[in-house]
Design a binder for this molecule. Structure first.
Ligand SMILES: [Cu+2]
Length: 381
């Protein structure tokens, strides 16, 4: 089966990178050996790290060691080399085989530490939307010490047309003044059309693939805003309990969906859960994990998120909710006999649908709705 995947891939002329990170899959696929598609900027970075940084290194090392083995087998077997050399040390070789691996590890660390840091530190960017009005837009630079906007790369400016189409403005379309001061002013070179809006995103938290070593390739990174939603995931033998502290702390349990029910409803058995985590498209989400009994791990491969859930401790990470769809993960820390039956099912929906879902959960918990039709209408205006 793996063989057929190989030949199909090669037949399709897909490159190594495309093969290793298959297209937008959001759950494991039968016979798959590559990654699930990357659904978040961090996941794209992780795939890039694997495909562009690690694969060439490990491929070179494997071929080099293979060549050495073949050389030794041919050149120094008993027949072609009956009397072996008697030396036991070679300083040059020892320096090389210590020094070169150190350089290789340093090279890998250049990329891996950056990934680890980004997943660990909760982003603090801010976004503001302005009705189009002249060319100047003031943006409060009220970040924590050492996190203020200081240069052009800390700001992104978007124009939102009357049809809600969002276009990022080229850096030549605006100038910035007041960098490093209390208020940064974005001055557009051309006043935007009436009825359009301007969205300014500022901050130092970035995610997404950046040019290799800052030199080659396109910049697909973006400023990441601070989380707007926190979910708490509590692992237990054998299922997950979730709560939404920002919306009244309602809670629900998610267990594996029984095989018959999964098949009847066309959901993937072993991945589908009795309840989905529901999140709004495009928003940044903080995940807090803990556990009630033994160590579990909350993992969502398409987001490149895997974080231990440890009894008596809180761990946190974040992700940017991708486009609407179903995403599946599983407990990824062996936690007992039903470890394989702890699916994580996450549904990303448009904001309005998320609000309806929040209110239905609040209703189940005996709370009043948070998003009445009036508030929703007001927000839409
Ligand atoms: Cu578990």
């Amino acid at each position: 089966m793996i063989k057929s995947t190989f030949s199909k891939t090669i037949a399709a002329g897909a490159g190594l990178a495309a093969f290793l990170g298959s297209a937008a899959a959001q759950q494991p696929t039968p016979d798959g050996i590559g990654f699930q598609g990357a659904a978040t900027p961090i996941a794209e970075e992780v795939h890039y790290f694997h495909n562009v940084v690690l694969m060439p290194v490990i491929t070179f090392i494997s071929l080099f060691v293979l060549a050495l083995l073949i050389w030794i087998v041919i050149r120094y077997n008993k027949k072609s080399n009956p009397v072996p050399q008697q030396f036991s040390h070679n300083t040059l070789i020892e320096v090389l085989w210590t020094g070169i691996p150190i350089l290789i590890l340093l090279y890998i660390s250049l990329f891996s530490f950056d990934r680890l840091y980004k997943e660990d530190v909760i982003p603090d960017g801010k976004a503001r939307i302005y009705a189009a009005q002249g060319t100047d837009y003031a943006f409060a630079n009220d970040f924590n010490e050492g996190r203020q906007i200081k240069r052009k790369g800390h700001v992104e400016v978007f124009a939102i047309g009357a049809n809600n189409k969002v276009v990022e403005l080229d850096e030549s379309a605006y100038t910035l003044s007041g960098l490093g001061e209390e208020t940064v002013v974005v001055s557009l070179t051309e006043a935007p059309a009436a009825g359009s809006r301007i969205r300014i995103v500022g901050g130092r938290s970035r995610a997404g693939v950046e040019p290799f070593l800052g030199l080659f390739g396109e910049d697909r990174s973006e400023i990441i805003t601070a989380p707007t939603i926190t979910i708490k995931a509590v692992g237990r033998q054998w299922g997950w309990d979730y709560s939404y502290p920002d919306f009244g702390d309602f809670e629900f349990s998610a267990n594996i969906l029984p095989e018959a029910e999964a098949k009847a409803s066309g959901q993937p058995w072993l991945l589908a859960a009795t309840e989905n985590i529901v999140l709004p498209e495009g928003e940044v989400v903080r995940v807090i994990t803990t556990a009630t009994d033994v160590i579990h791990s909350w993992a969502m491969p398409a987001f490149a998120v895997k974080i231990d859930a440890v009894p008596g401790r809180l761990n946190e990470t974040w992700f940017k909710a991708p486009k609407a769809g179903m995403y599946y993960g599983q407990c990824s820390e062996i936690c007992g006999k039903d470890h394989a039956y702890m699916p994580i099912a996450l549904k990303v929906v448009p904001r309005a649908e998320f609000e309806t879902w929040v209110d239905s959960q609040r209703d189940l918990a005996g709370m009043d709705p948070l998003f009445s039709d009036e508030t929703r209408l007001a927000a839409a205006e």
